[in-house]
Design a protein around this ligand. Structure first.
Ligand code: NDP
Length: 399
């Protein structure tokens, strides 16, 4: 049916490529393009021979001209951006210039300020609309499936949703004293930033890791979780009717936090460049280079993830509570696609989001967050492609 250009060849891209090949009726042809072409070629080698035709290319996604040239050559229906958030705007520029639909899983972030906001990408709204192309922002798990869950709850379960708590639990154990499950730089920037949540239309800021709760996760058990700032809070507060408060919690083990605190205290998580032996280096980028590659965690990680949303609101004048979540097993993911669950839970929705655009189910020129679309076909696809969801009408609540 269509062609996708996948940019990036890391943990998430690898899963997305596997899933495109499993959905070959939609993805007839894909091109995997990244900075390091050998990683693209390794993926092609693993998956070649199926119905989806695979090609590879080298591209520097910071360079708009290079991207335009590649898009003009391959002529994809959609570009799936699975590089890093720093490349969002250059890839969007190239999509605009070539009138190609765009999908990503993380919002733009300038290299020199760790701040997740949609304003840079929302500034493209008119230009995408005028070009008649669709940008689907945040088609991973969180953001991504959490937005689809919210749209589904709004459509089928509530007249108004007043409170949303997004709970992201990773109970996987990789056996290392310290490692991050996805790109260490992005991960550490996220968790060492101040926390925040939205209450009555306003952001409330907290110190990093200031708010802690213990939650008994279905199929996992009790875990410590901490309130973080997270990008989907900004769009959900606008797109879901009646929101009074929306928060995001993520679980962290004590060992992870102790290591992180120590690294922070010695300055290793800083994004300010320093001079070292005559060369400018960014401590956090150096730290990334010495930590285990997230892609190498797959074979070692045991346990499950549970990510979902608890909604509290009103239906037919009565109070109502509803919990939608997915449980994913690290080792089962590894068996299926050779990656652990954090990459899996992001790569599957990236493929599904792109398939919504290729099949025309979600065609809507402009720049849109995922909860602005009809959730039903996406929810069906989650069940079909390895992320089945579960629901509960009487979940434990977070105080
Ligand atoms: P990785 O670091 O494993 O992969 C990133 C890939 O992008 C690498 O192949 C890298 O190339 C490539 N890349 C980086 N810069 C450039 C560039 N300038 N030009 C071309 N290619 C480039 O990251 P992940 O796969 O873990 O994450 C991918 C994205 O998914 C990130 O944006 C992350 O924030 C997002 N994410 C979203 C989640 C969600 O739920 N929404 C959850 C987890 C991640 P090279 O191999 O040369 O380094």
């Amino acid at each position: 049916m269509g062609k996708a250009l996948i940019i990036g060849a890391g943990g998430v891209a690898s899963v997305c490529v596997h899933k495109c090949c499993q959905n070959s009726d939609v993805f007839e042809e894909i091109c995997i393009a990244s900075r390091t072409k050998s990683k693209c070629d390794a993926l092609k080698e693993k998956l070649d021979g199926g119905k989806t035709k695979i090609s590879t290319a080298q591209v520097n996604a910071d360079n708009v001209e290079e991207l335009i040239e590649l898009i003009n050559k391959f002529k994809p229906d959609v570009v799936i951006n699975l590089a890093l958030p720093y490349q969002d705007l250059t890839i969007m520029d190239a999509c605009l210039a070539t009138k190609t639909d765009y999908v990503d899983t993380a919002n733009y972030e300038p290299l020199d300020t760790a701040k997740f906001e949609y304003k840079w990408q929302w500034a493209y709204r008119e230009r995408f609309e005028q070009a008649g192309i669709t940008a689907l922002l945040g088609s991973g798990f969180d953001p991504g499936v959490t937005g689809v869950f919210s749209a589904y709850a709004q459509k089928h379960e509530f007249d108004e949703i007043n409170y949303i708590d997004i709970l992201d639990c990773n109970a996987g154990d990789h056996g290392y004293p310290f490692a991050t499950n996805f790109n260490p730089e992005i991960n550490i920037r996220e968790v060492s930033a101040k926390g925040s949540y939205i209450e009555n239309g306003k952001w409330v800021e907290t110190e990093p890791m200031e708010i802690k709760r213990v939650y008994n996760f279905p199929e996992i058990g009790e875990k410590d979780m901490y309130l973080l700032h997270h990008e989907e809070l900004e769009s959900l507060a606008l797109n879901i009717k009646g929101i009074k408060r929306i928060r995001f919690f993520m679980t962290f083990g004590q060992s992870y936090l102790t290591h992180l605190k120590c690294l922070e205290n010695v300055g290793m998580t800083s994004i300010e460049p320093i001079e070292f032996e005559g060369k400018q280096i960014v401590p956090l980028q150096f730290l990334k280079a010495v930590l285990p590659d997230p892609a190498s965690l797959g074979p070692r990680t045991k346990g499950k993830t549970n990510i979902g949303c608890i909604f509290i609101g009103k239906k037919d004048g009565k109070d109502k509570t509803y919990y939608l979540y997915n449980v994913c097993d690290h080792q089962e993911c590894y068996k299926e696609v050779g990656s652990q669950a954090v990459s899996y839970t992001t790569g599957v929705p990236a493929m599904i989001g792109a398939s919504m655009l290729i099949t025309g189910k979600w065609k809507k020129p402009g720049v849109h967050n995922i909860e602005e679309f009809d959730p039903d076909p996406f929810m069906d696809a989650l069940n079909k492609f390895g992320l089945p969801w579960k629901e509960s009408y009487s979940p434990e609540l977070v105080d």
